[in-house]
Design a protein around this ligand. Structure first.
Ligand code: FE
Length: 135
């Protein structure tokens, strides 16, 4: 079971930008995230609790400016929540383990195996290279 943190611990653990995105549902500026053009093999994890979220095998170039994945690493790793904020109707993606905000998911990737585009903030993610990742 991944560790749970209090709000105070998170303010120390995360950068202000990460805290804003993960805990206040912020969005990083497009084309700025550290994982946008990251192509190593491994597992992307939750920056808060370390839960395994997205495999590099499912990462693709969407042109959106945010890291994009067509599938979650495990079906129960993410929680999908209807989001009507900002005058839009979207589906929010949260870490199922700790409830942190990760990004949104859209069904606009017809050239991908699932047709889905998980549009995820780099700042919400950590990364475990494949040789260290659990199988
Ligand atoms: Fe988490």
């Amino acid at each position: 079971m991944a560790k749970q943190y209090t709000d105070e611990e998170l303010k120390k653990k995360l950068t202000p930008e990460q805290y804003h995105i993960l805990r206040e549902k912020g969005t990083e500026q497009p084309f700025t995230g550290k994982f946008l053009n990251h192509h190593e093999n491994g597992m992307y994890t939750c920056a808060v609790c370390g839960a395994e979220l997205f495999s590099s095998d499912t990462k693709f170039e969407s042109g959106s400016g945010w890291p994009s994945f067509y599938e979650v690493a495990k079906s129960d790793a993410a929680r999908l929540i209807e989001d009507k904020s900002g005058g839009m109707h979207r589906v929010e993606v949260q870490c199922a383990n700790c409830g942190s905000h990760l990004g949104h998911v859209f069904n606009d990737a017809p050239d991908q195996p699932t047709g889905m585009r998980f549009c995820i903030n780099s700042a919400a993610l950590g990364f475990d290279p494949k040789d260290k990742a659990k199988k």
